[in-house]
Ligand binder design. Structure first.
Ligand SMILES: *Cc1c(COP(=O)(O)O)cnc(C)c1O
Length: 954
């Protein structure tokens, strides 16, 4: 059959990921947007925005980009290179069963994983409730008064606990004691953290080596890394008598059966909630926890969810106290934790809701009884099993047989822990089955059936838990799956995440987290690999880590990458330690001054302080750029002791500063190193490279530029790239190269989320990534153009351009109409939007970052909302709207505002359906404006008592 004469072949490629999925505006939309900005082509706009002096000369050139299907095939191939054995290695990582309802409705649900940290409480009530459940769970299990909403991993939590102990202890000693039974990675991180701060870590047997009079604190692992279950009560008493702090690293599953740290008198408890339904994932991500006595609550690092009230007096949740404390306290901040592990904390809390105290206890008992049966079999074979009483972990003397047994176990598809040259450790878990035990026995030369051994108890009797936990009704709800599904759905419906609208948070890069990128992370071949398996079992991970590192080197112009840091702030810390090690290796131990511009992100000075550096602030000039004269003066003044400078590029003001090369040159001339905060890489990928500009080290926020979702405040990954001269000084790890300086519990941080960034890069290709950067810049300049006249755009280049974000100044409105930046942020909720970044880097401003993923229609909806808000302020200026009783001051409005009496001088229609808001798919915040002051004065950080629920029901 002949083709009709008017038939043409299309060049449209429906599978091109860059064009059709990831980049929002279509070519037609881009043309219209460019016209608004005043350019005839995208390249002309970019030429006017990114200084030619820093532009990349040769474009990123890799293989042809993959389609979604090809990328998934590649991920499958890579995953299959990992060998999924049953790992009984323990050491802080255990098999666990993720309840399918939690996997599907939380971990695989964009309503949960694409949300941001809940700084705007009115649009975050769902995840705030889930986090409050988490805090309640942790505080109950540990027997301590107050718990935070997660930390990065157990080892960093232990280091944070040590630092907190040093702050609050009466003892002025600079020595800290660590139980030799702590997991090796925990001891490694204590050492890393202590060294630059001048603290001494003594490791030993707490019952014979601990000199309580000469320490500011001590930390114990419970159960110990080799299975011992000790009562630390007498040590706590002695520590307290000497004005020192007692810390217990506790396994939350063990706490279901054993006396809690609180009952021992501990001041602080930390640990990981990994085994509450979060797969090991070759090291992470999982949520660590910290709980403290009431008297220390104001010194606790990390985020803390609290209960407050809204404008109607209804209960509302919010982040309390130290929210964004780094931005306020800078180098005096108590820690640099910004991104934590919210998504994983939500999963762990739902695991507790799913099982309730009864279920958790049953799981703990079953794990214990399996371990007892295993021990009995090994004893029958003539082995000595240590310790006499235990929870889930035993240690076996095997002498010269170690190698043979480990090999035999591997042949049975079981990994055991190698301890020294003559012992083997085994930890059982929720997933261990009779066949698992039988395989272990065979490896030790025994042919038993599990029925041959009675499941007795070998828990120390005096340590049995008698106190209750998880008594709150939330942990006793009907566990029918219909109830669970609806509870999780109700919570996510209360929140605004990327699945509903753009989230224009400047500096946070809330871009598309494509489904194809997300799929592989729950595949067992990635999710169920223990971080300490032999290298040959993790070849898939190796292939991915190598290729991803190489591509990130290509993107940044660095020579080597460390994948260890599991957040941006941890990357800063690791990068600064790398610089510090470099100076030390050259005998320049005195170099400890770190220059940081005033506009820097708060984690910069906090990380510098943790790395033992003295922070010297550098002024900004009126246009927001680094004041080059002041910079030069400070660099000269501190030349002898200059360690480094920390700059952000493009600047946190959203501008490509022309002076960046000069700043690098001045720094190097004075013997310093340049740390370039890579949080704004979304404005540079494919256009410019930090390594070419003159920087020596950067972290990349893979959860910003490289598509890992923010998860409501974590997980994240903050790998660091360095120039060759710094590569030998990157962090080591006791379980990989055996070197010092570990900054994360696992050698590759939160390795299991790396397939997201890797598949993003593979599907975009070099050209696609470059196009994404250009469109991110176009989208930001389009917003600046559309809002011009209504709002002042604060900082622009001399050509009038912004980079990938723009700052609008709302301070004039405060003066003319009494409307604050917060009023605007809350009014945006009525319009169906998450507010842009508020009051950072400049108080009273909004920093807007649309990213390349947003379409013209969505950006227009946002601009329409912003322009309508400006009109409302004009009505106040003109006196036609009341200064105090207006839609801005009363925002956000809820469904409650649609019913009952209405005595406001504006209509319900105007209140609830301003421009931007959808008619049918309207987002309704569950609460009116939340009262922050009330919440801090009346600090409640666990689930409110039942009586409150009864009141609410009346
Ligand atoms: C987000 C951000 C950080 C911190 O990253 P986290 O992953 O949240 O620790 C540091 N600097 C800048 C400029 C950022 O935007």
């Amino acid at each position: 059959m002949a083709l009709p004469t008017d038939f043409t072949f299309t060049d449209y490629d429906p599978y091109n990921f860059a064009d059709r999925r990831h980049i929002g505006p279509s070519p037609v939309e881009m043309a219209a947007m460019l016209k608004t900005v005043g350019y005839s082509s995208l390249d002309a706009l970019i030429d006017d925005t990114v200084p030619s002096s820093i532009r990349l000369k040769t474009p990123l050139k890799w293989d042809k980009p993959l389609t979604e299907r090809e990328a998934l095939d590649k991920m499958r191939e890579t995953a299959n290179l990992n060998q999924k054995l049953v790992s009984l290695i323990g050491q802080g990582y255990y098999g666990t069963i993720t309840p399918p309802v939690i996997q599907r409705t939380i971990l695989e649900n964009p309503a949960w994983y694409t949300a941001y940290t809940p700084y705007q409480p009115e649009i975050s009530q769902g995840r705030l409730e889930a986090l409050l459940n988490y805090q309640t769970m942790v505080s109950d299990l540990t027997g301590l008064d107050i718990a935070n909403a997660s930390l990065l991993d157990e080892s960093t939590a232990a280091a944070e606990a040590m630092a907190m102990a040093q702050r609050v202890a009466k003892s002025k000693s600079l020595t800290f004691f660590a139980d030799e039974n702590c997991h090796p990675q925990n001891i490694a991180l204590l050492r890393t953290r202590a060294e630059p701060l001048g603290w001494n870590v003594v490791v030993g047997n707490p019952f014979t080596d601990l000199d309580t009079n000469n320490v500011f604190g001590a930390i114990f692992q419970y159960p110990g890394t080799h299975g011992h279950v000790h009562d630390f009560t007498p040590l706590m008493d002695k520590l307290h008598a000497a004005g020192a702090i007692g810390i217990v690293i506790a396994d939350p599953l063990a706490l279901c059966l054993l006396k809690s740290p609180g009952e021992m008198g501990a001041d602080i408890a930390v640990g990981t909630t990994q085994r509450f339904g979060v797969p090991v994932g070759y090291g992470g991500p999982h949520a660590a926890y910290m709980a403290v006595k009431d008297e220390w609550k104001r010194s606790m690092p990390g985020r803390l969810v609290g209960v407050s009230v809204d404008a109607r007096g209804n209960r509302a949740y919010r982040l309390s106290l130290q929210t964004r404390e780094q931005h306020i306290r800078r180098e005096k901040a108590t820690s640099n934790i910004c991104t934590a592990q919210v998504l994983l904390a939500v999963m762990a809390s739902m695991y507790a809701v799913f099982h309730g105290p009864q279920g958790l206890k049953a799981i703990a008992q079953s794990v214990h009884q399996k371990t007892v049966r295993l021990a009995k079999g090994l004893e029958k074979l003539g082995y000595t099993v240590e310790p006499g009483t235990f929870f889930d972990t035993i240690t076996i003397e095997v002498g010269k047989l170690q190698g043979v047994i480990l090999k035999a176990a591997e042949a049975e598809e079981v990994n055991l822990r190698k301890i020294g040259n003559d012992r083997i450790g085994i930890s059982l878990d929720e997933r261990s089955r009779p066949v698992t035990l039988e395989a272990v026995w065979r490896a030790f030369g025994g042919d038993f059936k599990i029925e041959e051994f009675q499941p007795d108890w070998r828990l120390p009797e005096e340590m049995l838990r008698t106190s209750q936990y998880l008594t709150h009704p939330i942990f006793h709800m009907n566990r029918a799956e219909s109830e669970m599904t609806r509870y999780i759905r109700r919570l996510s419906d209360r929140d605004l995440a990327l699945d509903r609208s753009m989230i224009p948070l400047g500096s946070c890069t809330m871009k598309l987290n494509a489904t194809a990128e997300m799929l592989p992370i729950t595949w067992p071949e990635f999710a169920e690999i223990h971080p300490f398996v032999p290298d040959h079992q993790a070849l898939g991970y190796k292939v991915m880590l190598d290729d991803l590192s190489q591509k990130l080197c290509d993107v940044t112009g660095y020579d080597a990458f460390s994948m260890q840091p599991n957040s941006g702030a941890q990357g800063e810390y690791a990068g600064l330690l790398t610089i510090r090690n470099y100076h030390f290796a050259r005998g320049d131990n005195h170099r400890d001054v770190c220059l940081i511009p005033m506009s820097a992100h708060g984690t910069n000075p906090a990380s510098a302080q943790m790395a033992g550096m003295k922070v010297v602030p550098v002024k900004a000039s009126d246009n927001g750029d680094i004041d080059i004269a002041d910079f030069r003066a400070q660099a000269e003044k501190h030349a002898a002791n200059l360690s480094c400078v920390m700059i952000t590029y493009p600047s946190t003001h959203g501008v490509f500063e022309e002076t960046v090369r000069e700043i690098c040159d001045i720094t190097h001339a004075h013997g310093g190193q340049v740390y370039l905060d890579g949080a704004n890489m979304n404005a540079m990928v494919g256009l410019a490279r930090p390594g070419d500009i003159g920087s020596d080290v950067s972290h990349l926020n893979l959860h910003k530029t490289f598509c890992i979702p923010h998860g409501g405040g974590g997980p994240g990954m903050g790998p660091i790239g360095v120039k060759a001269h710094l590569a030998p000084h990157l962090p080591g790890h006791p379980e990989s190269d055996g070197k010092d300086g570990a900054v994360s519990a696992a050698p590759f941080g939160s390795a299991s989320i790396l397939p997201i960034s890797w598949s993003y890069i593979l599907m975009m290709g070099g050209e696609g990534l470059t196009q994404a950067t250009k469109v991110a810049i176009l989208n930001a300049n389009y917003i600046a153009a559309r809002l011009k006249g209504a709002y002042d755009v604060l900082y622009t280049s001399d050509k009038g351009r912004v980079a990938h974000e723009c700052i609008i100044d709302t301070r004039p409105l405060q003066a003319s109409s009494g409307v604050s930046v917060e009023d605007i942020a809350k009014r945006l909720i009525d319009c169906g939007f998450h507010a842009p970044t508020m009051s950072w880097p400049v108080a009273g401003t909004l920093m807007i970052e649309p990213t390349e993923s947003e379409t013209k229609a969505e950006i227009d909806r946002f601009c329409d909302a912003m322009l309508a808000i400006r009109e409302e302020t004009r009505a106040i200026e003109a006196g036609t709207m009341d200064r105090d009783n207006n839609p801005l001051k009363n925002a956000p409005h809820t469904v409650q505002d649609l019913v009952g009496d209405w005595d406001r001088p504006y209509s319900r229609e105007q209140a609830c359906f301003p421009p931007g808001a959808f008619r049918v798919d309207k987002y309704w915040p569950p609460v009116n404006r939340v009262d922050n002051v009330y919440g801090d004065r009346n600090l409640v950080c666990s689930c409110p008592p039942v009586s409150d629920y009864l009141e609410a029901a009346e």
